[in-house]
Design a binder for this molecule. Structure first.
Ligand SMILES: NC(=O)c1ccc[n+]([C@@H]2O[C@H](COP(=O)([O-])OP(=O)(O)OC[C@H]3O[C@@H](n4cnc5c(N)ncnc54)[C@H](OP(=O)(O)O)[C@@H]3O)[C@@H](O)[C@H]2O)c1
Length: 268
């Protein structure tokens, strides 16, 4: 995910490789970062990496797995200054844990991004820590906004965000795969079916953000869009009837709420 953000920032030109440094553990990741042009690559953040990153950068993204965070925060803490802003993307690691780990007074922002940030189509939400400033919020808006949609929420809403937009890409991949299978079952070649399925999902999502006389806050309700394409006794309503009788709507609601609940469980 960290690498996806770097690629997104570079592609969106909000930073350049010479302004970015990284701390990594494995040589494999180092090679991938070098291929992006990043020259300042430091070692393990539980060793000298934390100090080297803190010396190089003022905005530090914490992108390790949640299990690795405690040790990394401990190593970062002695090197944090009032100039540093720490942006954590670690699922389930609370602002309180981050602030306690880094030392009180550290400016912290907790973010839940998602992988489509890699193609400038991310959907991220963030919550400000106790000492983060309005300027920090602007910075995070700028950075995450450069790789997609970004919205500020209260920290208690981040589990729900994790269940929806954090896990959501996987749910949608399953939908795309199933639509493509349907296309194949109905007689299309696999590549044609997959392309049509993915473009249909992308196009339908874009329609939600189109403006018309019914739109509210720049969005058209999906129910309105659905009704417009379901003509009486037509093909679409026949398909929709199948979906409703299969309980698809409830399955998605349960998928999001179960993922949100799991996020809460993992946070402990
Ligand atoms: N994947 C998603 O869709 C997604 C969405 C939202 C949030 N997140 C959050 O993003 C974080 C990363 O997830 P991921 O899936 O991207 O995991 P990942 O691919 O395993 O990336 C973790 C990164 O942390 C580095 N790392 C681990 N320990 C380190 C240490 N001691 N010093 C320096 N670097 C260290 C690893 O370096 P090496 O490669 O060198 O081992 C790796 O680059 C997690 O906290 C997750 O909750 C992920």
């Amino acid at each position: 995910m960290g690498e996806a953000l770097i690629r997104g920032f570079l592609r969106a030109k909000v930073s350049t490789p010479s302004k970015i440094c990284c701390s990594v553990k494995d040589w494999e990741r180092r090679d991938a970062l070098e291929r992006l042009g990043i020259g300042s690559i430091f070692g393990d953040a539980t060793e000298s990496g934390a100090e080297e990153v803190a010396r190089f950068a003022r905005i530090v993204f914490l992108c390790t797995k949640p299990q690795a965070c405690a040790e990394v925060l401990q190593s970062m803490a002695p090197h944090m200054t009032p100039d540093h802003l720490v942006v954590s993307i670690a699922a389930g690691i609370t602002i309180n844990t981050l602030e306690e780990g880094l030392g009180h007074g550290t400016r912290v922002v907790r973010v839940m991004p998602n992988t489509p940030a890699l193609v400038q189509s991310g959907a991220s939400a963030y919550a400000l820590g106790t000492h983060a400033t309005p300027h920090d919020a602007e910075l995070v808006d700028l950075l995450l906004g450069s790789v997609g949609f970004c919205i500020r929420v209260e920290e208690k809403q981040l589990d729900a965000v994790t269940g929806l937009s954090g896990s959501g890409p996987a749910f949608v991949y399953l939908v795309i795969e199933a639509l493509a299978d349907g296309g194949v079952a109905a007689g299309l070649p696999r590549d044609t079916a997959l392309a049509l399925a993915a473009k249909t999902v992308a196009g339908a999502a874009q329609m939600v953000f189109s403006e018309d006389e019914t739109s509210v806050l720049g969005m058209v309700h999906p129910g309105v869009l659905k009704d417009r394409v379901a003509s009486p006794a037509g093909t679409t309503i026949a398909g929709l009837t199948e979906l409703e009788s299969s309980g698809v709507r409830g399955a998605f609601i349960r998928a999001v709420t179960r993922a949100a609940q799991r996020s809460k469980e993992l946070a402990g």
